[in-house]
Design a protein. Structure first.
Length: 165
């Protein structure tokens, strides 16, 4: 059976049975023809993973798993922040969501393929268009919750889907 399970009884916000058989890699879902399907499952709310902050206290998951621990977002005004901290490069996505209220988020990025792109850039804050060669693109972000760390599950950008228009 396939599911997300962690040892020693720790409850992770993604502990859920998904399928009774192993998964297999099919393809990366980032072709221009995938736009309509992706657009149809985008979260329309400016709230990311149950709140406006960058983290959720682990106490919220003491008795039950998270209602939602993954969300597909369609960001506006997307910027990439690359900085050096204690001798290590750190990567963050800064973006807005929502037609009303214009909520701004600033979340760490963990998508390995996108980190390869960001590694080619110098430290600083860069507009998304620079990473796209100033070509028109449609970008989606997959937000996820981290494992528990110091009493919180942190929100992060686990996937970047950048479709060329």
């Amino acid at each position: 059976m396939l599911g997300f399970r962690f040892q020693h009884g720790h409850r992770h916000p993604k502990d859920v049975l998904i399928a009774g058989t192993p998964w297999r890699w099919v393809r990366r879902f980032d072709e221009p023809s995938d736009f309509e399907v992706l657009r149809s499952i985008v979260s329309n709310e400016p709230i990311v993973l149950q709140g406006y902050c960058d983290r959720i206290g682990t106490h919220r998951f003491d008795s039950a798993a998270a209602r939602v621990s993954l969300s597909l977002l369609e960001p506006e005004d997307l910027w990439w922040w690359i900085r050096e901290e204690a001798g290590k490069r750190r990567y963050r996505a800064s973006f807005r969501l929502g037609r009303e209220g214009r909520v701004r988020y600033d979340l760490p990025v963990t998508d390995p393929a996108w980190l390869d792109q960001l590694n080619l850039m110098p430290t600083g804050i860069h507009p998304h268009s620079i990473l796209c060669g100033n070509r028109a693109t449609q970008t989606f972000l997959t937000a996820s919750l981290s494992e528990a760390y110091e009493g919180f599950h942190y929100k992060l950008i686990a996937g970047v889907i950048n479709l060329r228009a």
